[in-house]
Design a protein around this ligand. Sequence first.
Ligand SMILES: Nc1ncnc2c1ncn2[C@@H]1O[C@H](COP(=O)(O)OP(=O)(O)OP(=O)(O)O)[C@@H](O)[C@H]1O
Ligand SMILES: [Mg+2]
Length: 230
Amino acid sequence: MPVITFANTKGGAGKTTAALILATELARHGARVTILDADPQHWISHWHEISGKVANIDVISNVTIASLQTHIRENRATTDYFVIDLAGARNTLMATAIGLSDHVMIPIQGCAMDAKGGAQVLELLCHLQERAGIRINHSVVLTRVNSLVTTRALQVVKQLLAERSVPVLDTPIIERAAFRDVFDCGGTLQTMDPGRVSNLDKACENARAFGDEVRKLVPLRQVSPARRAA
Ligand SMILES: Nc1ncnc2c1ncn2[C@@H]1O[C@H](COP(=O)(O)OP(=O)(O)OP(=O)(O)O)[C@@H](O)[C@H]1O
Ligand SMILES: [Mg+2]
């Protein structure tokens, strides 16, 4: 049961949104997903409360540095993927979650290219590898990308990150009303009303592509040595 953590020390980068999109996509494909909500704003816990039961998804609220490993240990038998949503802060909980991860997703706002918070996560990953010999797979996911941004502009951003050897997902998460509204409506993109949410079909298609790419990148069997020993 791989652990996928969303980390960026900058607030508002799109961690919680991307974490929920991924969790619901994995669940839609039949994987049992446990979301560990360590975001002090508790958006995903709130979403879960108003959603009622969502097939294949469990949410654990108020995750702390003291409880994180216990949650993973106690739920590993019934979980295919753990998805951890972190606060937009640089703290020991972030470092611990990263250390337990099979893959770290670093959401960076595509249009703003304000990559400072993402760079801090990349620095930590680099530090772990150089000092402790622990290599944790990771990818930048461009978020809140304007749907009108040309493919060419995105390619330039991807190229810039590639020149620094930072892996970037092919699928950016586009700025869509549905990705915002799902937190108010509850449920999933599939249960939202297409008559009330603009471009819901495009949001569903974007979420599907994002989920497919992550499932290929982090297949079910992959378990990090650090977590196996935990
Ligand atoms: N793809 C998107 N389309 C539309 N709105 C988005 C998208 N991604 C994020 N947002 C909006 O941007 C704001 C910040 O997003 P989000 O809460 O996911 O960021 P975060 O990194 O989790 O923030 P924090 O560090 O404060 O926890 C929210 O209002 C959210 O609804
Ligand atoms: Mg958040």
